[in-house]
Design a protein around this ligand. Structure first.
Ligand code: SF4
Length: 428
């Protein structure tokens, strides 16, 4: 089982490796062998080192905690899915091929698909669906922006090399001596340690609560249009600081507002994304400005992209009626489990051991990376490889404009989730 790159020994050094452990998919890593598996030799970060260098425990397929053959585990999984009234395909930490296999199985078995990190993604989807937005890409931002506004997001914690690769780069495609950049931090408790180097001109701190950023952006929109805004304080910031930010945005030749949806973890955060997006649209009437949404860890962007290509909807889709039915509230993992609307969860987590399934008494089939943190013994556990470490793959970047190939680094012989899912489908 498993489609593998031929002819590469485990002792190889791998160049230009794309890293699947966060959504920005740096593609410049150098990785070599180590006695326990792999060693990140160049251009790593704390996340990529823990992802690639993690020592895989020896995991076997299991039914009720007892080791079985993979054939028996697949057969038992197929029987459970066949007997289920509404299987929920959750987690979805996989790559494009894995997600294609999920969609096919969900279609055949009349199930629901939803990613573990959908809640964050929906802060964006709701805005994209209702009003649209003006967005840029990592490459555009790296080469053109002179102003970055970091919106309430601890970007460095979620994407440890974002500032190094996109903001602090000394070179640009368009200037021999690129101008310095201003970075505005709108929010509190945001790690700024990586915002450094000759390219950085000014760092402006505007500490405010995350759930007041929407209010600030709405006021900025009014100020930018010349509409009177009263009060000395706006969203907890001095009025003068907000006016100064509006002036900086208007004066920028290419401004970018950056956010990572998982950081906006407060009620109705989609309204904050909407306020950011509407401000950006207004500023574009007179200058150039765009949004840049990060996030997309654990294969979340790939899952949403494949689901949208194949069903027309961005996750939270049910095939129970025989055709794709979309409901962002009713078909969320949390809602389906809380309402006991699903009687079986198939959980896929092939990147990191942290993508644990939610605590539930619903029976679970897990296709997971060895060492996945589990809250109990799943009905069935099938160890699968990590795309980009244990097998080749394809993954969509957080800015949605490119799919990057992932190399097979031959870390293990674990099967692809895509192949296990296809075998389960064949046994249905
Ligand atoms: S920043 Fe993200 S993609 Fe880049 S090396 Fe670190 S974990 Fe990998």
């Amino acid at each position: 089982m498993g489609e593998r790159d031929a002819g590469q020994a485990a002792s190889n050094h791998y160049q230009n490796v794309a890293c699947p452990f966060c959504g920005i998919l740096c593609d410049d890593l150098e990785i070599g062998p180590d006695k326990n598996g792999l060693k990140v030799l160049k251009n790593g970060c704390v996340k990529s080192v823990s992802g690639f260098e993690r020592h895989l425990i020896d995991a076997k397929p299991q039914i009720d905690g007892k080791d079985v053959s993979i054939e028996d585990a697949i057969k038992a999984a197929a029987e459970l899915i066949k007997a289920s009234n509404l299987p929920l395909y959750g987690g979805l930490g996989t790559d494009v091929e894995g997600m294609r296999a999920v969609m096919s199985l969900a279609d055949l078995s009349g199930g629901v698909v939803d990613h573990a990190l959908s809640e964050g993604q929906y802060r964006n989807f709701r805005v994209l669906q209702s009003g649209g937005w003006v967005m840029t890409t990592l490459t555009e931002a790296r080469n053109r922006a002179d102003l970055f506004v970091i919106v309430g997001s601890d970007v460095h914690a979620i994407h440890p090399r974002f500032f190094e690769r996109i903001v602090c780069t000394e070179k640009s495609m368009f200037w021999d001596a690129p101008p310095k950049r201003t970075v505005v931090i709108l929010g509190e408790n945001i790690d700024q340690s990586a915002i450094t180097g000759p390219r950085i001109g000014e760092i402006v701190n505007l500490p405010c609560k995350g759930d007041r950023i929407g209010e600030i952006l709405v006021a900025m929109r009014a100020l930018a249009k010349g509409v009177p805004v009263t009060g000395d304080s706006i969203g907890g910031l001095p009025r003068a600081a907000v006016e100064d930010l509006v002036a900086r945005c208007k004066a920028a030749s290419y401004g970018v507002m950056v956010w990572a949806p998982p950081s906006l973890a407060f009620p109705n955060a989609d309204l904050t994304v909407q306020a950011v997006s509407e401000f950006i649209k207004d500023i574009n009437l007179t200058s150039r400005f765009a949004g840049l949404s990060l996030g997309g860890n654990e294969g979340a962007v790939s899952a949403a992209a494949v689901c949208a290509w194949q069903s027309g909807f961005p996750l939270r889709v049910s095939f129970a009626s025989g055709k794709p039915e979309y409901d962002a509230e009713r078909f969320s993992t949390a809602r389906l489990l809380a309402d006991k609307a699903t009687d079986l969860m198939v959980w896929i987590a092939s990147y990191t051991p942290d993508l644990a399934p939610p605590v539930t008494d619903t029976p679970i089939i897990v296709l997971g990376t060895p060492g996945l943190k589990l809250n109990g013994t799943p009905k069935i556990f099938i160890p699968v490889g990590t795309p980009g470490a244990d097998h080749a793959g394809l993954i969509v970047r957080c800015d949605n404009v490119v799919s990057l190939p992932l190399q097979n680094l031959h870390r293990s012989q674990l099967p692809r989730a895509a192949d296990v899912l296809a075998s389960i489908e064949a046994a249905l």
